[in-house]
Design a protein around this ligand. Structure first.
Ligand SMILES: NC(=O)C1=CN([C@@H]2O[C@H](COP(=O)(O)OP(=O)(O)OC[C@H]3O[C@@H](n4cnc5c(N)ncnc54)[C@H](OP(=O)(O)O)[C@@H]3O)[C@@H](O)[C@H]2O)C=CC1
Ligand SMILES: CC(=O)C(=O)O
Ligand SMILES: [Mg+2]
Length: 592
């Protein structure tokens, strides 16, 4: 069919590099019109043709469904293909929300909402942005976890790229099959540690899809610039291997040289296809690969690990925000990490850097404030020969203690941070113990999804008698304890990566440096007001997140410039305004 649709735009999408006004880093893309665009605006010719008629309705990027105007229906061969009603985007959202709310279980809501992404992208993002508090638990933790577990059973339309062991030698060809040429952010998983749900193999794809939806909704990254990828090297999850509807390679996980070669080919293919400024986020790899891959690629690629570094930044922000409640500085606290993997040691390292920076002391000295416990108990020097490298810096010269409650009795930490991926570790006895000597213990239960949280918000307040300063990785409703209501802050890396990604894109960063995470953490902590603290709320509401992401983006970009890692020159004079002006808006465009 002849292509008829020409989209035109008085102001370019800033993340659209097709346009010279804002150049965030190479390539060609679509343009969009300003929110207020009307059909009789002065249009600038648009240089990309897309389908009309039936094909237009079937293309989620351009489809507006019943919101196509009368004029558009005539001009783009849509007459008769739609019922006569013309609805506004707002009315469409009302209808969809009504449907979503009518489902009793969250997985049905997930299927319905994600289906919209495949049908009408702008409507999906407007829905998500306008109702973020309600829908985040659906497209993200906890529901996305269940969706991954059942991904094969609920599979409808593919989204993202699947790269398997069988594709060795042709990964670049596969990237070329992705229709969008201007990818700026990739989230990749190999599915081995999906939330706290373990190895979900190829079905981990729900996570990159969900994370990238947040890059757009929370951080304003243009959807066409995002690419979810799953690397399938098999799975050790026998239940999935036995499931006739499993979507991945039906064999045990392959590691070693074959794995490393595939990853190396993948990284190089990303750089060759999308340029050196494509941001690659490693997500939900098991820790035996996560730390290795980060160390291997972070000095030569624009890459970070969300579970190690993004989580560290969000937790540090929460701890900084808690200081006005506890009094003192970070260095005045004793931290106990329960769970010593990616999230636990990632946070421990960033806190170390911050304590050392604030106190102008050596990192070795800062580390004396931090203790780890893993599945075998307290991490001590006596275990040094069998400890993984990432635990070793925090091994203390102490007797071995296996039971958590005994560790607490011995160390008397002021802050306890759970990253075990195992639900229920913060038992009544543990919570009672930490509040027996500490007036305001900090208790973070960061494991996801909700089923794996170390304790519920209600348990935390009940068993500490309302004393604790609490945050969780997955959402919990407010808790009322003895007449006082506490709003539960969600210490989730979703506060960090969208803004950090925005900062990388707008500055044209070529590397992600630890100091950029510190800048992001400080920026997030600055958003906590006295109002929040009155409710012991350490994180702002997600409804405020786009504004916050702009601040985080500006702070991250500023740090990239300061470190000489930014390539977009000249540096914009007002990074915050620039970040805001770059953010994708899902409001419908008018098609000429
Ligand atoms: N809120 C957020 O933003 C984020 C939350 N997470 C969540 O954190 C959890 C862990 O993720 P990640 O760090 O990547 O996983 P890892 O597998 O890297 O680490 C898990 C750690 O928990 C330890 N552990 C397991 N059981 C116990 C136990 N009973 N007592 C003490 N320690 C225990 C493990 O011990 P051992 O080393 O001995 O095996 C390991 O050190 C997941 O649920 C994930 O969803 C992760 C990233 C971000
Ligand atoms: C939030 C996140 O990244 C995780 O739980 O793995
Ligand atoms: Mg993760």
């Amino acid at each position: 069919m002849e292509c008829q649709l020409k989209m035109v735009c008085p102001r370019p999408d800033v993340l659209d590099l097709n346009n010279s006004k804002h150049d965030a880093g190479g390539g060609v893309g679509d343009t969009y019109c300003e929110d207020s665009a009307t059909e009789d605006q002065t249009f600038i010719p648009w240089n990309q043709l897309v389908a009309s008629g039936v094909d237009l309705l079937r293309d989620p990027r351009y489809n507006k469904g019943t919101a196509f105007s009368e004029g558009e229906r005539d001009r783009h061969y849509l007459r008769g293909l739609l019922p006569p009603v013309v609805l506004t985007q707002e009315r469409q959202i009302e209808r969809i929300l009504q449907n979503v709310r009518s489902y009793e279980n969250n997985l049905e809501k997930y299927v319905d909402v994600m289906d919209l992404q495949e049908r009408n992208e702008r409507l999906f993002y407007k829905l998500l942005i306008d109702h973020v508090e309600e829908l985040l638990p659906i497209v993200y933790t906890p529901t996305v976890g269940e969706a991954c577990q059942k991904f094969g059973n609920i599979f409808r339309r593919p989204h993202g790229l699947y790269i398997t062991l069988k594709d060795k030698g042709r990964v670049r060809d596969i990237l070329r099959n992705w229709a969008e040429p201007n990818v700026q952010v990739i989230v990749v998983t190999d599915g081995e540690r999906i939330l706290g749900l373990g190895d979900l193999g190829c079905q981990g794809m729900g996570i990159p899809i969900g994370k990238l939806a947040l890059y757009t909704a929370l951080g304003g990254i243009r959807p066409s610039s995002t690419l979810p990828i799953t690397i399938d090297v098999g799975t050790n999850n026998q239940t999935l291997l036995d499931n006739p509807f499993y979507i991945g390679l039906r064999h045990k996980r392959v590691g070693g040289q074959a794995y490393d070669e595939l990853l190396a080919e993948f990284m190089l293919a990303c750089k060759k296809t999308y340029g050196e400024k494509v941001l690659v986020q490693f997500e939900d790899f098991a820790n035996h690969n996560a730390f290795r891959l980060l160390a291997k690629y972070s000095s030569s690629y624009l890459v970070f690990n969300d579970d190690i570094q993004g989580t560290a930044a969000v937790a540090l922000a929460g701890l900084l925000a808690a200081l006005p409640l506890t009094g003192g500085t970070l260095a005045d606290h004793e931290f106990l990490f329960v769970g010593a993997g990616e999230a636990g040691t990632g946070i421990a390292e960033l806190i170390t850097i911050e304590i050392a920076r604030q106190g102008k002391i050596k990192v070795e000295e800062a580390r004396t404030k931090i203790y780890l416990a893993d599945s075998k108990g307290l991490v001590t020097k006596s275990r040094i020969n069998t400890l993984e490298t990432f635990k070793k810096p925090f091994a203390h010269d102490m007797p071995e203690i296996t039971k958590l409650v005994d560790v607490i009795k011995k160390l008397k930490p002021t802050a306890m941070i759970g990253t075990t991926g195992k639900g229920g570790q913060f038992t009544q006895a543990v919570l009672e113990e930490i509040s027996s000597y500490q007036e305001k213990p900090i208790v973070f239960a960061l494991s996801n999804p909700t089923s794996q949280s170390e304790c519920t918000a209600e348990e935390a307040y009940k068993f500490t008698k309302g004393k604790c300063i609490f945050a969780s990785g997955s959402p919990f409703p407010p808790v009322t304890y003895e007449g006082k209501t506490y709003t539960i802050g969600q210490s989730n890396n979703a506060y960090i990566f969208p803004g950090l990604g925005l900062g990388c894109v707008i500055s044209g960063a070529i590397r992600v440096h630890d100091d950029m995470f510190l800048a992001a953490a400080e920026s997030l902590a600055n958003e906590i007001s006295q109002d929040h603290l009155d409710k012991k709320q350490l994180f702002p509401a997600f409804s405020e997140i786009r504004e916050i992401s702009a601040h985080i983006g500006a702070a991250t970009a500023a740090k990239a410039y300061e470190l000489g890692l930014a390539t977009k020159l000249p540096k914009p004079s007002d990074l915050l305004s620039y970040a805001k002006s770059c953010m994708y808006s899902p409001v419908y465009r008018q098609y000429r």
